[in-house]
Design a protein around this ligand. Structure first.
Ligand SMILES: [Zn+2]
Length: 104
């Protein structure tokens, strides 16, 4: 995975898999695995057993990780899922929307 372009709190659109077309806020990124967790995307029911914390157990909704390759950053400026480019180097490096040229 050449450079992770998605960060926590970014808004992304899912471009593959069964949740395609959904958008959500990134809540977790695991660059090493190329995985991202997006609010409201890839939610699955999990059956939990009663624990000390959760005495009743039951079913909870929990987001699952999805592949970074299945999401695309939504540009804050043009509001569309966009390819992202970089300009500058090192700490000066910024992400730019390839569609409208806005810095992200
Ligand atoms: Zn844009």
């Amino acid at each position: 995975m050449p450079g992770v372009r998605i960060k926590k709190d970014d808004t992304v659109m899912v471009i593959g898999g069964k949740d395609r077309g959904k958008t959500g806020r990134v809540v977790n990124v695991v660059p090493r695995d190329g995985k991202v967790m997006v609010e409201g995307v890839a939610r699955q029911h999990k059956h939990t057993k009663p624990t000390a914390k959760n005495r009743k157990g039951g079913i909870i909704l929990k987001e699952q990780f999805v592949d970074l390759s299945n999401v695309q950053l939504v540009c804050k400026s043009c509001g569309r899922p966009s390819r992202i480019g970089h300009i500058g180097e090192g700490v000066e490096k910024v992400r730019v929307c390839k569609r409208c040229g806005a810095e992200l």
